[in-house]
Design a protein around this ligand. Structure first.
Ligand SMILES: O=C(O)c1ccc(O)c(O)c1
Ligand SMILES: [Mg+2]
Length: 625
């Protein structure tokens, strides 16, 4: 299976686009005419540059408003096409996309369009070129792939085929199953795009909101299954018009595209195993059984502050690494690793971000399979020279320089071997496990991260929620494994004036801004925390008055919540309590939660949490900005 991507999907100059596309592993490109015109090179030159990057030109596009024109306009349309044929021959492209006409003078009629395409096909054939006809969802007369196919069928010319685009089919709600009836060899090209389901004008939606398969809400897998069941053997190409991608990093968007395509084809194969897919088999989306460890990079004074924070949270230092300046801190089944080793990855993470989470270890059934899937999706393996006594645990670079380790049963001995203890930690204040990690990023990075997690792991995306900060909006997207073994929230800040945005401004990448740990008795834990000097984030009493007016809460419980600064929420599945710790100078904090069936993250409480954090962060009497 050949993969391709339209140059319009990527930001930058043509050369930057080509570099990114080639590095991400694609076989070819759809060259958008505009990307050629804006370049200074001649057509021959540009064609050569593309081939020098190891890419082929799978498609030249778009050619607009061709079919159904009367008289002189029709003659001009054919002349225009001949010019583009000249250009294609110079470039070394043999297939052109003709999108269905939106011309105000165009006339309808399937036979009229078929006659035009047959004649153009005849002219293309003389030059060894082919034409593909695509129904734009907003085409004047032709806006359904079934009509485009009927026109191509009637044109009845070997150099005329149909081009299918998942957006135009699925965006209009057309049944992709109808594609199975088209002979595969008459489908000349297939373009893929997903999109979020937002009701709006089709053309506007298509030109600004498309995204990578798996990033949106359209059934692109069903579409691709039908295409392959029809017998299509040509390239599978991404054509993504998206405002964010146009302004994003060419490399990241290209890599996301590749990750999305491989994931899609793997999903197709699993959904319909009898289909022939020419792509190496990869392990399925991996289950996650829990968080094995969270590692902080720190140094000096900041390290002391972190230790004090861990102590107040009920953690104890239970072991030291046999070969490095690394400590193990435990409470129940939670392991936190404090890494002060110089010259290692942790030290470079500290230099770049200050005290921060630099590594996350996950329990998986098979670390080899997890690594294999991650590599097939384009992730780079991570390793550093092991010290004496250090085990080699498979790891990858996540996005933005982060590191993820994968531990399976074969690594059960790692704690004993490296830290001299394999026991669970002391009970501390009753914290039991990691509930979720919250990563902060720019809004534009959210799709990349959610694709990263949802393509590698068996995780479901929850609907995006808006979180109100006194100084701006933060979008929040949660991903969860089916049993809640791993929960990640991605928080996208649009301005550095928000609490999340200010944290981000001090860092790079998509740092972990808070870690939530579970208890099964929030009141007992709150008391134990207070005894250890843990300082909860103070919540104003207005909050509790409002809570009492909204929810039916026993007066005793309300009083206890108020006393310990505990926030509360409920959903259809159950109830939720949360306590926030005070944030560090950079804005990092811990949260303690008790979840009784509840599926969310206390989003209704987030504005009060943020306002309280900002109040504390601000010197008294100073305005917020
Ligand atoms: O938005 C457009 O005009 C446009 C052009 C070419 C395509 O292949 C397409 O899907 C849309
Ligand atoms: Mg298209």
């Amino acid at each position: 299976m050949k993969t391709a991507i339209a140059t319009v999907s990527i930001s930058g100059t043509l050369s930057e686009k080509l570099d990114a596309i080639s590095a991400a592993g694609f076989d070819g490109i759809e060259i958008f005419e505009q990307d050629f015109i804006t370049d200074e090179g001649s057509a021959r030159d540009v064609g050569q540059r593309i081939r020098d990057k190891g890419l082929e030109i799978s498609l030249f596009q778009p050619f607009r408003d061709f079919e159904g024109l009367p008289g002189e306009l029709r003659v001009k349309a054919f002349d225009r096409a001949e010019r583009k044929f000249d250009l294609m021959q110079e470039l070394g492209a043999d297939l052109i996309l003709i999108c269905s006409s939106v011309h105000p003078k165009a006339m309808g009629g399937i036979d009229r369009a078929a006659d035009d395409l047959r004649e153009l096909g005849e002219r293309a054939a003389k030059r060894g070129l082919r034409i593909g006809y695509e129904a734009l969802a907003w085409g004047r007369y032709v806006n359904d792939h079934r009509d485009a196919w009927e026109i191509v069928r009637r044109a009845d010319h070997p150099n005329v085929g149909v081009i299918l685009d998942s957006f135009h089919t699925l965006g209009r709600g057309l049944d992709p199953e109808t594609i199975r009836r088209i002979p595969g060899d008459r489908i000349f090209f297939v373009q893929l795009a997903d999109a979020p389901l937002i009701p709006m004008d089709l053309l506007y939606w298509s030109r600004h909101f498309r995204n990578m398969p798996g990033e949106g809400d359209l059934p692109v897998t069903d579409f691709m299954r039908a295409v392959l069941a029809a017998g299509y053997k040509g390239p599978v190409s991404l054509e993504i018009f998206n405002d964010q991608f146009r302004g994003g990093s060419p490399k990241t968007v290209a890599l996301d595209g590749y990750r999305s395509l491989v994931t899609l084809m793997d999903d197709v194969r699993r959904a319909e195993p009898e289909l022939e897919i020419d792509l190496t088999a990869i392990p399925p989306r991996q289950p996650v059984q829990g968080t094995a460890f969270i590692e902080f990079a720190t140094q000096g004074q900041e390290g002391q502050k972190l230790r004090a924070q861990l102590r107040a949270l009920g953690f104890s230092e239970t072991g030291r690494h046999v070969g490095k300046a690394i400590e193990l801190w435990q409470q129940g089944d939670i392991r936190i690793v404090v890494n002060e080793q110089r010259g290692d990855f942790a030290a470079s993470a500290y230099n770049a971000h200050g005290t921060s989470v630099c590594d996350i270890g996950l329990h998986v059934p098979s670390s080899a399979d997890t690594l294999a899937r991650a590599s097939a999706l384009g992730s780079k393996q991570f390793s550093q020279p092991p010290s004496v006594g250090q085990l080699d645990i498979p790891a990858i670079r996540g996005l933005g320089g982060s590191v993820l380790h994968f531990l399976d049963d074969s690594h059960a001995g790692v704690w004993e071997a490296e830290f001299g203890t394999s026991r669970a930690g002391p009970p501390g204040v009753g914290l039991l496990a990691v509930d979720h990690l919250a990563q902060t990023m720019t809004y534009d990075e959210m799709l990349s991260w959610s694709l990263f997690y949802s393509s590698l792991f068996n995780m479901e995306k929850a609907p995006m929620v808006d979180v109100i900060d006194p100084d701006g909006l933060v979008r929040s997207q949660a991903l969860t494994t089916p049993g809640g073994e791993m929960r990640i929230t991605l928080n996208g800040a649009e301005t550095h004036r928000t609490f999340a945005g200010a944290f981000l401004a001090e860092s790079f990448g998509a740092p972990v801004q808070h870690i939530a740990l579970t208890t099964d008795d929030i009141f007992a834990t709150a008391e134990a925390l207070a005894e250890r000097g843990f300082e909860a984030l103070p919540i104003p009493s207005n909050y509790y008055d409002d809570l009492a007016s909204r929810l039916d809460i026993a007066p005793d419980d309300l009083a206890r919540m108020k006393r310990w600064n505990i926030l509360h929420d409920r959903d259809d599945h159950g109830s939720f309590h949360q306590i926030y710790g005070r944030a560090s100078a950079s804005g990092f904090f811990f949260e303690i939660v008790e979840r009784k069936g509840y599926q969310g993250y206390g989003a209704p409480n987030a504005p009060f949490r943020i306002a309280a954090q900002k109040r504390l962060a601000r010197p008294k009497g100073m305005p917020s900005h």
